[in-house]
Design a protein around this ligand. Structure first.
Ligand code: DC
Length: 224
């Protein structure tokens, strides 16, 4: 079974996806981490962010591997562990042009399908219900107000010790990225017609998690 969770950055997708996967004993696939890993490799190799052929070569040739370190997931590209390195403000900025590149999307979507079809997965991203897994059994479009998302991101950056902790800077960045992600030509951020909309603004995250698990149970997921 595939549970697709799409929505803008900071809506709570990662927290919700991890918790739903744990409750249902599913695996989790963070597709944003794959775009971030390609952006990291591009910066590392000096590939310009508008060099479509250079970006495509990375997405096609440099293997992205997910692993485990205790309870948390790790990400590597071309053998480099980039788990922490892909969460910096520099990558936040570089990843939008990378994810707008159609050839990169094509290469990563193919890998996402291969991974997801191998088991039961909660897959989070922007285009999971629309492009990657249009036949997903459960599709959720998770949103929250930009202000709420900026507050959450600032708290997250404080906890991680990386990224900006200035609310106005973070809010401006969220609005800018929403605009790029929603208006790009290749797979813009938009809900699938059959996605269930959920707004996590001012809602207990546990309620969102329970609601998604209920949708999965209704589609035949077993209670773990
Ligand atoms: O979810 P995130 O912030 O880690 O995503 C990083 C970037 O990748 C963001 O600019 C949106 C983009 N992305 C995408 O275009 N498609 C996906 N399926 C996942 C992420």
């Amino acid at each position: 079974m595939i549970i697709a969770i799409d929505g803008p950055s900071g809506a709570g997708k990662s927290t919700v996806a991890k918790a739903v996967a744990k409750k249902l004993d599913f695996d989790c696939l963070d597709t944003g981490a794959m775009y971030r890993a390609v952006a990291w490799k591009a910066l590392q190799d000096g590939v310009a962010l508008d060099d479509a052929a250079g970006l495509e070569a990375i997405a096609v040739n440099d293997a992205i591997d997910f692993g485990r370190d205790g309870g948390s997931q790790t990400v590597a590209i071309a053998g480099y562990d980039v788990t922490a390195a892909i969460r910096t403000a520099e990558i936040d900025r570089a990843v939008s042009p990378v994810s707008a590149c159609p050839a990169v999307r094509e290469a990563l979507v193919e890998q996402q399908r291969r991974i997801g079809l191998a088991g039961n997965y909660v897959v989070e991203g922007r285009d999971i219900g629309t492009v990657v897994f249009p036949a997903a059994e459960v599709k959720v479009f998770l949103t929250a107000s930009p202000e709420e998302r900026a507050h959450r991101r600032v708290r997250q950056n404080v906890d991680r010790g990386i990224g900006s902790i200035d609310y106005q800077t973070v809010l401006a960045d969220i609005i800018r990225r929403d605009d790029i992600d929603s208006n790009r030509a290749a797979s813009p951020l938009k809900p699938a017609e059959d996605a269930v909309p959920m707004d996590s603004t001012g809602t207990y995250i546990e309620d969102v998690i329970d609601a998604i698990c209920d949708l999965a149970y209704a589609r035949g997921a077993e209670r773990a």
